[in-house]
Design a protein. Structure first.
Length: 310
């Protein structure tokens, strides 16, 4: 997979009765894939409420995406046990996925991981499914953040083509990204620091972000500015986005950010309503007004080419 561009992590649209709205999801997929620099769509992750869907819904969503667009569909693989995750990945491959964004085992967030276990998780998923894998680096503040040796070992394994780095510790970023690139020059480095992308933009091949749902146009320009090492242009895009970044990602948590992303898609005319699944909670009228106003402040308007994409 060539991920040298924008890889949005689309939300999952629901009907008002709570069922998955496949028509609306296909609309999102086609709109995002209509951008030349959108290189893949990463579904069933945090932004996609992947773990709130049943297995049947997840596989149907992959099928819908794979039928709708020609770019790679990457599925979030979240199963806890290594065997469970490998089996999940195999089913995702059969449904039409090309790649796997491999989440850490949830227990590691609480207790930390045993040495070697992350590598074995990636190995088992690759061997069971053949899905091209993205190494998901969790924040330094969690116990599921992989030390450099573990990242280097995973990155060296067959099937691992990229890293989505959300370490949120620039001391680690500035040391570890160059070492990963030195050891694996073909490893594609993707930032997911949605709430402050700017410092990471000058070292990456692309972005893998929920933010890609709501402002793909500006994020594509930001990636280009970063690759050109053009700080003034990147800074200007960052400043323009800042009201939206604050309204969506400077909230209580990334969980609220997912709800805010859906409201952003309503504001842009991509979704008719922002129905979510529990355990997400609605943000309330004041937050909704704040989010809508932020899009106006950033000059991010309704999507005009949506009908053409349908
Ligand atoms: N930006 C988030 C999105 C989750 O997938 C992160 O850092 O992980």
């Amino acid at each position: 997979m060539n991920l040298r561009g924008l890889s949005p992590a689309p939300v999952t649209a629901f009907k008002k009765n709570g069922d998955v709205d496949f028509d609306a999801n296909v609309r999102i997929a086609k709109w995002l894939a209509s951008f030349e620099d959108v290189t893949s769509l990463v579904i069933l992750g945090h932004a996609g409420e992947g773990t709130f869907l049943t297995e049947g819904e997840r596989l149907d969503l992959i099928r819908a995406y794979a039928d709708a667009v020609d770019i790679p569909i990457i599925a979030g693989i979240t199963g806890e046990g290594t065997k469970v995750a490998a089996e999940e990945a195999r089913k995702c491959k059969d449904a039409g996925a090309t790649g796997a964004l491999v989440y850490p085992n949830h227990g590691w967030l609480r207790f930390g991981f045993q040495k070697g276990a992350p590598q074995d998780r990636y190995k088992a998923i690759w061997e069971a499914s053949g899905l091209q894998e993205i190494l998901f680096q969790y924040p330094d503040a969690t116990k599921a953040s992989y030390d450099l040796d573990t990242q280097l070992a995973i990155a060296a394994q067959p099937g691992v083509v990229a890293t989505k780095n959300g370490v949120r510790n620039m001391k680690r970023w500035y040391v570890e990204i160059p070492q990963l690139k030195a050891a694996q020059p073909d490893l594609q480095v993707l930032s997911c620091h949605d709430e402050w992308l700017l410092p990471t933009m000058f070292d990456v091949d692309g972005l893998l972000v929920g933010y890609g749902n709501i402002a793909p146009e500006l994020l594509i320009d930001l990636i280009k500015a970063g690759k050109a090492q053009d700080y003034p242009t990147a800074r200007a895009i960052f400043e323009r986005l800042l009201p939206v970044t604050r309204a969506v990602y400077h909230r209580g948590s990334h969980m609220e950010g997912t709800v805010a992303l859906k409201l952003g898609l309503v504001k842009r005319g991509v979704l008719d309503h922002a129905t979510i699944r529990e355990p997400l909670k609605n943000l309330g009228a004041a937050a909704e007004a704040e989010i809508f106003a932020a899009f106006d402040a950033a000059g991010i308007g309704r999507v005009e080419n949506l009908l053409a994409a349908e």
